[in-house]
Ligand binder design. Structure first.
Ligand SMILES: Cc1cc2nc3c(=O)[nH]c(=O)nc-3n(C[C@H](O)[C@H](O)[C@H](O)COP(=O)(O)OP(=O)(O)OC[C@H]3O[C@@H](n4cnc5c(N)ncnc54)[C@H](O)[C@@H]3O)c2cc1C
Length: 447
C-alpha cells in the first residue's frame, strides 16, 4: 500500500539547499505490489533525513518515505545476525540488542538514522580503524527496482548491485529489508579517556598510540586556533566495558531537550565561536581525564538536543567532510585549517579522525585509508561557498576526496574528479531513481 505523506517537512538536516516542490509517498508494507513505475517523475528513498546535504532531496520529484517500514524480522543470537525492514532506526535496534549484550558493528554520531540510510550512505563511526563502514557488516538485502523486480543482493548474489547499493546514495532502487552482523560487547558502558592536545602534530602522536588499543577514537578540533596552537583540541578514546558495580547513570538514552527557538543567524559569529572554543578547550584542566560513561552520551552527544540544527538559524548550515591519504595528511590538514582561519568563516564543530584500511564494499563509498576532518559551517552565502570551493582544491591537490553523502554544493567537475568510478556506478542506477544531489553533480536534467 502506498499512502501520500502529509504534515511533515522533508528538508535535509543542514536545511541547505531548500527544496520548494517535492512530493512524498509513504511506504508501509514491504510485501505489497509497490508500483513505483506509475509515480510521476523521479523517485528517491528517504529515511530520517539526517543527511546534511541534498543526497536525501528530490526537488520536483517524489520521496519514498520508508519510516513506516519499521518492523524487525529475525534476530539470530547464536550468529549475531539481525534482519529488519529498512526504516527501522539504529535507536530501535539498540533498544533490542543492548540488553542482550550486543551493539551495532559501527555507528554514526546519531542514532536517529534508518538502516536503509546507513547502507545507502555507507556510514562510518569512531571505530572505522577497526570495523570499517556499516556496509561491511551487511550480509544481504532485498532491493525493489522500478520495473517491479525484487532482487536479493549479497556478496555472492547480484554482487555488483550489492556493491553499487552500499554507498549508492539511494539511486539503485528501494532497499526493503536488510540483514547485518551485530557485535558482542563487554558491556554497554565506555571506559573513556580524554586527552588535551596543543597542536595538530600532537594529535597525530596520540592517534598513532591509540588505534591499536582503543576501539573508538576521534578528536574535537578548535579550528580557530592559529600559529603554534594550530589544530589544538581534545582527543577521545574508549573501549566497551561493564563496570562493577554498575554506575548509577543509566545506559538508556537520555531524554531529549528541544532547541526551543531558531537562533538568529548573527549569534554564531567569529567572536562567539572563538569564545566557545577557548572555553571548551580549557574546560578540561588536567591533560588527561578518565571516566566510565554510558554508551549514549559517548556516541550520540548531539542527540540529547532535539532539532539542534536550529542553532544555525534559518539559512541553515553545510557540513564539509574530506579524507586525505596518510602520506599527505599533515600538510593537507594544516593547509585546510590555515585556509579556514584566514577566511574568517567560522566552523562551529570540527571532528578529526584517522580511518583504517578495512576496505569499504561500496563502489562509491567515501571512507578509505587516511585522515578525515568533518566541519560544520553556518551558511553565509557566496562567502561560505567560495571557501568550500577552495577547500575542494586543497583536498584534490593532496589526493583526497569529499564525502558526497554530506555534500550540498560541490561542483560536477569536483565530484567527477573525486569519484572517477561514477560512470561505472551510473550503470546500476535505476532509471526511475534520481536526487537533487545526483542531478547537480552529473548536471543531468530532470526527467
Ligand atoms: C548529528 C549527526 C551525526 C552524524 N554522524 C555521522 C557519522 O559519524 N558518520 C557518518 O557516516 N554519517 C554521519 N551522519 C550522517 C548520517 O548518519 C547519514 O546521513 C545517514 O545516512 C542518514 O540516514 P537517514 O535514515 O536519515 O537517511 P536519509 O538522510 O533520509 O537518506 C540518506 C540516503 O539514503 C537513501 N536511503 C534511505 N533509505 C533507503 C532505502 N530504504 N533504500 C535505498 N536508499 C535509501 C536516501 O535516498 C539517501 O540517499 C550524521 C548525521 C547527523 C545529523
Amino acid at each position: 500500500m502506498i499512502i501520500n505523506g502529509h504534515g511533515r517537512t522533508y528538508q535535509s538536516w543542514g536545511r541547505y539547499p531548500k527544496v520548494k516542490r517535492q512530493n512524498v509517498v509513504r511506504i508501509h508494507w514491504r510485501g505489497d505490489s509497490l508500483d513505483l513505475a506509475h509515480i510521476n517523475g523521479s523517485v528517491l528513498p528517504r529515511g530520517l533525513g539526517r543527511s546534511y546535504g541534498d543526497s536525501c532531496l528530490n526537488e520536483d520529484g517524489t520521496l519514498l518515505d520508508t519510516t513506516p517500514l519499521n518492523r524487525f524480522i529475525a534476530f539470530d543470537e547464536s550468529a549475531g545476525l539481525l534482519r529488519c525492514e529498512a526504516g527501522v532506526t539504529l535507536a530501535e535496534i539498540l533498544r533490542l540488542i543492548v540488553p542482550r549484550g550486543w551493539f551495532l558493528p559501527t555507528t554514526p554520531g546519531t542514532k536517529f538514522v534508518t538502516v536503509g540510510g546507513a547502507i545507502a550512505n555507507d556510514v562510518h563511526g569512531k571505530n572505522h580503524h577497526r570495523a570499517g563502514t556499516f556496509g561491511r557488516h551487511v550480509t544481504r538485502f532485498e532491493l525493489l527496482r522500478s520495473n517491479g523486480e525484487r532482487l536479493i543482493c549479497s556478496p555472492d548474489e547480484n554482487a555488483d548491485l550489492f556493491r553499487a547499493t552500499i554507498g549508492g546514495l539511494g539511486l539503485t532502487g528501494l532497499i526493503l529489508w536488510a540483514e547485518f552482523r551485530v557485535q558482542r560487547v563487554a558491556g554497554p558502558f565506555i571506559a573513556k579517556e580524554q586527552i588535551r592536545f596543543s597542536c595538530i602534530d600532537e594529535f597525530f602522536e596520540i592517534s598513532a598510540d591509540s588505534d591499536e588499543r582503543y576501539e573508538h577514537t576521534m578528536a574535537w578540533v578548535d579550528c580557530l586556533a592559529t600559529g603554534r596552537n594550530l589544530g589544538r583540541g581534545l582527543f577521545m578514546r574508549g573501549n566497551y566495558t561493564r563496570p562493577k558495580p554498575i554506575p548509577r547513570q543509566t545506559t538508556e538514552p537520555r531524554s531529549l531537550f528541544t532547541m526551543p527557538i531558531q537562533l538568529p543567524a548573527f549569534v554564531l559569529n567569529l567572536m562567539t565561536v572563538r569564545a566557545f572554543n577557548s572555553l571548551y578547550y580549557h574546560s578540561q584542566l588536567p591533560k588527561r581525564t578518565f571516566r566510565t560513561v554510558p554508551y549514549d552520551p559517548f556516541f550520540y552527544p548531539l542527540d540529547a538536543i532535539h532539532e539542534w540544527h536550529r542553532l544555525y538559524g534559518a539559512p541553515g548550515f553545510l557540513q564539509y567532510q574530506f579524507v586525505v591519504p596518510y602520506a599527505q595528511d599533515r600538510t593537507a590538514i594544516k593547509a585546510i585549517l590555515t585556509e579556514i582561519s584566514r577566511s574568517g568563516v567560522v566552523s562551529f564543530l570540527a571532528v578529526l579522525k584517522v580511518f583504517g584500511d578495512v576496505p569499504s564494499p561500496g563502489m562509491l563509498s567515501f571512507p578509505r585509508p587516511g585522515v578525515t576532518l568533518a566541519l560544520d559551517f553556518p551558511f553565509r552565502g557566496q562567502r561560505t561557498l567560495a571557501l568550500l570551493d577552495r577547500l575542494d582544491q586543497i583536498v584534490q591537490a593532496h589526493g583526497g576526496v569529499v564525502n558526497p553523502a554530506k555534500d550540498a554544493r560541490m561542483s560536477a567537475a569536483s565530484f567527477q574528479a573525486f569519484y572517477p568510478q561514477w560512470r561505472e556506478f551510473a550503470q546500476y542506477i535505476d532509471p526511475k531513481f534520481s536526487s537533487s544531489f545526483w542531478r547537480r553533480v552529473t548536471q543531468a536534467s530532470h526527467e
